[in-house]
Design a protein around this ligand. Structure first.
Ligand SMILES: [Mg+2]
Length: 311
C-alpha cells in the first residue's frame, strides 16, 4: 500500500513540479544568472509576475505538456496525429510564448509525420529544448511500460516538432530518469545504464553534460539548446537536497529559466514527490490553454491529470 501511494505522489510531483518550475522561472527568462536569489536574498523564493506573465502563470512548456496529457488520456494510446493536431490548434490561437522552431513546424501546413523533418532539412537547426520542456506528462504516462518503451515514446513525441535526433535523445533520457524515480530508484545513480540506451551517435555528448563533475558554466551552447538544458536540470538535482532548492538553483542559472526549471522541477518532483512541492507555489499556479475554449487549469486539474496518466 505504502509503495503505491509513494509512487502516485512521485507521479503527481513530476507533473506539478514541472509546472511550478515553469511558473517560477518565467519572469526571469533570458535574464542574467542569480536573478532569483537577488530578488529573494533570504532564499525563500515566491512566484511573482514579470516578463508579461501573471503571478503563477505557466508558459508554453506546461501548456504543451497538458496538450500531450489530454491526448493520451482521451485517446487511450499514443496517437501522434492527434497530439500534432492539438499542438497546431494551440499554436494557431497565438499563445503568449511559443518556440521559434515549434511555431514554424506547426504553422508549416505540412502533415504531422513530415513537418519537423522538412524544417530540419531546410535549417539543420533543431536541437532546441522545446521537446524536452514538455515531457513531464508523457514521462509519467509511459513509465510503467519500461525503459525501451518510454524512451521510444519520448522520441516519437519529440519528433513531432523536432527533426534533430539530439532533441529526441535528450527527451528520451528525461523520460527514463522520471521512470527510474517513480520506481523509487535514485535516477542519477542509474545514469550509466541510461546513457547505454541512448543512440550511439549522441551518447558521448550526453555523457559529457550528465557527468558528475559537469557544471553549467562548462556549457558550449546557451541553455535553450537541449544538451545544456538537460545537463543543467540534472546538475540542479544533483547539487541540492530537495525540490525547492533544485528548482531555485535551476532558475538562478539564467537564460531559458522557465524551461530549465520545468525540466529540473519534473525530475525533482519525481524524486521527492508531491509533498515536497511548496503549497505557496502550487496555490497561484494556473495554466491557460489557448485554442481550447478559454480553459485555465489549476493545480487541482494537473493532479487529476497526473493520476489518470499514472494508472
Ligand atoms: Mg516557456
Amino acid at each position: 500500500m505504502t509503495d503505491v501511494t509513494d509512487r502516485d505522489g512521485r507521479a503527481a510531483g513530476a507533473v506539478l513540479g514541472a509546472a511550478v518550475g515553469d511558473a517560477l522561472g518565467a519572469p526571469y527568462e533570458f535574464g542574467p544568472a542569480g536573478a532569483l536569489s537577488a530578488r529573494f536574498p533570504a532564499g525563500r523564493a515566491e512566484l511573482v509576475a514579470g516578463g508579461g506573465w501573471e503571478r503563477g502563470e505557466a508558459t508554453d512548456d506546461t501548456q504543451m505538456a497538458v496538450l500531450v496529457a489530454e491526448s493520451l488520456i482521451e485517446r487511450g494510446e499514443l496517437d501522434l496525429p492527434d497530439i500534432f493536431d492539438r499542438f497546431c490548434r494551440w499554436a494557431a490561437a497565438e499563445p503568449k510564448e511559443i518556440g521559434i522552431q515549434t511555431e514554424s513546424v506547426l504553422a508549416s501546413g505540412h502533415p504531422w509525420d513530415l513537418a519537423a523533418g522538412i524544417h530540419f532539412d531546410s535549417t539543420l537547426r533543431a536541437a532546441g529544448n522545446g521537446s524536452l520542456m514538455r515531457a513531464a506528462t508523457s514521462a509519467v504516462a509511459f513509465a510503467r511500460a519500461g525503459r525501451e518503451a518510454t524512451m521510444d515514446a519520448a522520441r516519437r513525441i519529440a519528433a513531432l516538432t523536432h527533426g534533430d535526433r539530439a532533441a529526441w535523445e535528450g527527451t528520451a533520457i528525461f523520460h527514463e530518469l522520471v521512470r527510474l524515480a517513480l520506481d523509487g530508484a535514485d535516477p542519477l545513480a542509474e545514469l550509466p545504464a541510461v546513457l547505454a540506451a541512448v543512440h550511439p551517435d549522441h551518447r558521448e555528448r550526453y555523457a559529457t553534460v550528465l557527468a558528475p563533475d559537469w557544471h553549467p558554466d562548462r556549457a558550449t551552447e546557451a541553455n535553450g539548446a537541449v544538451w545544456p538544458c538537460l545537463g543543467s536540470a540534472v546538475w540542479a538535482l544533483r547539487t541540492t537536497d530537495g525540490f525547492e532548492r533544485a528548482v531555485h538553483a535551476a532558475v538562478d542559472l539564467g537564460g531559458d529559466t522557465d524551461t530549465v526549471a520545468a525540466v529540473a522541477g519534473g525530475l525533482a518532483g519525481a524524486r521527492y514527490g508531491l509533498a515536497a512541492i511548496p503549497p505557496r507555489w502550487s496555490e497561484p499556479l494556473h495554466v491557460p490553454l489557448p485554442g481550447f475554449g478559454g480553459r485555465v487549469l489549476r493545480a487541482r486539474e494537473l493532479l487529476w491529470i497526473a493520476e489518470r496518466l499514472a494508472t
